[in-house]
Design a protein around this ligand. Structure first.
Ligand SMILES: [Zn+2]
Length: 234
């Protein structure tokens, strides 16, 4: 199915260089440089969209897996790379780009949010130490943190949620308690609640502040900050 820019097979999108030039309003050379950079770091794959001569299964095939023939991913039939195997309006098989599966998973699971939030927190800083998803393990519990970084010597921990809802198995209060406990163990200077939404669900920051009142036993209490609309200007 075509939908203007790009091509979709079973809800997975593929894009051509022309789509990138038009979609991002880039010069051809800029788009080429962008795609070369993404190819080199394995963010995207380059290939053809082909259909099997036997079962008509349509799929993306990496360019290095296609020669004079290609093997169907569904039925393993070997089809010659001849007219009829690609989009009929194209005289030659067109080159398309697909996101690497790991990147696709990251996007589907909103894994970009902690990365964008960390980038925003580290903006203009002299030094940033960042780790991806981090677990604080105690004798009785394991608390996962979406955000854990040190910016100019300040320890920042937090949660990053695309839906603006801070939730553990038994609700927001439990999630707030766990966040406060992890922050205390790590002697955090700041707790950040990051979301792509315009605001967090009502009462979220209050519950985290109350959890800090209850669970922060020693040392200076961390600052609590909401980071809203993360990624909206990119
Ligand atoms: Zn087939």
């Amino acid at each position: 199915m075509t939908y203007g820019i790009g091509y979709a097979i079973r809800s997975e999108g593929f894009t051509s260089l022309e789509d990138i030039i038009n979609g991002l309003n880039l010069e051809a050379g800029e788009a080429r440089q962008l795609m070369d950079r993404l190819l080199l770091i394995n963010v995207v794959k380059r290939g053809f969209l082909l259909s099997c001569a036997r079962c008509r299964w349509e799929a993306f095939y990496r360019i290095e897996h296609v020669g004079p023939t290609f093997t169907c991913q569904a039925c393993e039939h070997v089809s010659p790379l001849t007219h009829g195997r690609w989009y009929k309006e194209d005289p030659e098989p067109h080159i398309y780009y697909a996101l690497d599966q790991v990147v696709r998973n990251l996007l589907n699971q909103h894994g970009y949010l902690p990365i964008l939030a960390a980038a925003e927190l580290g903006k203009d800083a002299r030094s940033v130490l960042w780790t991806s998803e981090f677990s604080v393990v105690t004798d009785s519990d394991s608390i996962e943190l979406d955000l854990c970084l040190i910016v100019d010597g300040r320890i920042i921990v937090g949660e990053a949620k695309s839906n603006g809802i801070l939730k553990a198995e038994h609700g927001t209060q439990e999630a707030a308690k766990r966040l406060a406990e992890a922050a205390h163990i790590l002697t955090a200077d700041e707790i950040v609640l990051a979301t792509t939404k315009e605001r967090w669900a009502a009462g979220t920051a209050t519950l985290v502040a109350q959890a800090l009142d209850t669970h922060w036993k020693r040392g200076p209490r961390p600052r609590l900050r909401e980071l809203l609309n993360v990624g909206s200007d990119s």
